[in-house]
Design a protein around this ligand. Structure first.
Ligand code: NAP
Length: 356
């Protein structure tokens, strides 16, 4: 159902409000005067909500906090009452540090999405859901592009190569998005638009997020990658564009289906070069791409990077078609701005030492 003017005056529910991307979505909603119903697992946790409360004070909008957990059935009901749009961003985004990938990632993503959407089915005021999916629901490994004749991933592609054992985060995202479309397809009262960002960078409004986006940038500057980075291409996009896309997807009557959000494809070495151009050699940014045999030999010791991941990603091409997002109204800023502003904020937050 297209979004009408009445929907635009109703409160907007944002799940996972404490998160990196959700922070910017909520800022833009509040600045536009919306009432935001924001769910967090623990509203008494200062790191999750202080930045949101401060934003609300400075804006014309209204913020109401609610407690909800993806794995607690029905816990989104109270927050959803009276809302016209539901933006479902909550999902664990961690790439390592867990023992059971199913419990840490897949179950909260899939059961949590079903939990939120089953509540949408019971909440008559909701006419549109915006789901924060990912390009991880479009492809699993860079190697998958070799099976795409055009050599470019579009919204027509689906990740069929991830599993709970190989790329479990990617698997959690594709399984959750498929479940979301299955539930949406069983009714016609509410429609759904998915935002499928590539790797998100840019300044964070919260220092409390566990998002893997933030740790990736810290690693660039803390010396962990000093000996070299894998020859790996990443799709990258600014967090502010991702947040804007959520608002466009929520309130544009013509928004429909999936939208890949990706400004460009960069190698990890390109990212290091952007940062070195701005900050010089004070930080031990990686200066070279490690030969594949070194990555092969030592990769699994460096973190979550497995031999299977190396085989299917290192040295392989990657390209996304972002035309649909530009038609939706997204204007991508230069990636240099994204990385420099994000890195500066990581320094300002004390995650890296300050250059004197
Ligand atoms: P984030 O800062 O870690 O945010 C994730 C949010 O999910 C947190 O607010 C967290 O809430 C919530 N969450 C996790 N488990 C939960 C549970 N069991 N119940 C309720 N809430 C739970 O990560 P982000 O980068 O902003 O990611 C937000 C969304 O964007 C995710 O769906 C992610 O998959 C997607 N995405 C991210 C990127 C990226 O590069 N960052 C790219 C593509 C897609 P708590 O504060 O309670 O832990």
């Amino acid at each position: 159902m297209p979004v009408d003017n009445e929907t635009k005056t109703l409160p907007v529910l944002v799940t996972g409000a404490s998160g990196y991307i959700a922070g910017w979505i909520i800022k833009y909603l509040l600045e536009a005067g919306y009432t935001v119903h924001a769910t967090v697992r623990d509203p008494s946790k200062q790191a999750s909500v202080t930045h949101l409360l401060k934003m609300a004070e400075k804006s014309t909008g209204t913020l109401k906090l609610f407690k909800a957990d993806l794995l607690t059935q029905g816990s989104f009901g109270e927050a959803m009452q009276g809302c016209g749009v539901v933006m479902h961003t909550a999902s664990p985004f961690v790439l390592d540090g867990f023992i059971d990938a199913n419990e840490a990632l897949v179950r909260p993503a899939v059961e949590g999405t079903a939990n939120v959407l089953n509540t949408v089915n019971e909440c008559a005021s909701v006419t549109r859901v915006v789901l924060t999916s990912s390009v991880a629901a479009v492809y699993g490994d860079n190697k998958d592009i070799l099976a795409v004749p055009s050599g470019v991933f579009t919204e027509d592609h689906w990740n069929t190569t991830s599993s709970v054992n190989h790329n479990p985060y990617q698997y959690s995202k594709v399984a959750a998005e498929r479940e979301a479309w299955r539930i949406q397809g069983q009714q016609s009262r509410w429609d759904m638009v998915t935002i499928n960002p590539s790797m998100v960078f840019g300044p964070s409004l919260t220092s409390g997020s566990q998002s893997a986006s933030i740790d990736t940038l810290v690693q660039m500057g803390d010396g962990r990658l000093r000996t070299g980075v894998p020859k790996l291409l990443l799709g990258v996009v600014d967090v502010r564009e991702v947040a804007q896309a959520h608002l466009l997807a929520a309130f544009s009557p013509t928004a429909k289906g999936r939208y890949i959000l990706s400004a460009d494809e960069l190698s990890m070495l390109n990212i290091a070069k952007i940062l070195r151009t701005k900050y010089g050699s004070f930080y031990p940014f990686p200066r070279m791409e490690a030969p594949t045999f070194i990555v092969w030999a030592f990769g699994p010791l460096m973190g979550p990077i497995t031999r299977e991941f190396i085989r299917r990603n290192v040295g392989l091409p990657l390209k996304f078609d972002n035309r649909r997002s530009r038609e939706l109204g997204v204007q991508y800023r230069p990636v240099e701005q994204t990385f420099v502003e994000h890195f500066q904020q990581v320094i300002d937050d004390g995650l890296l030492k300050k250059k004197k």
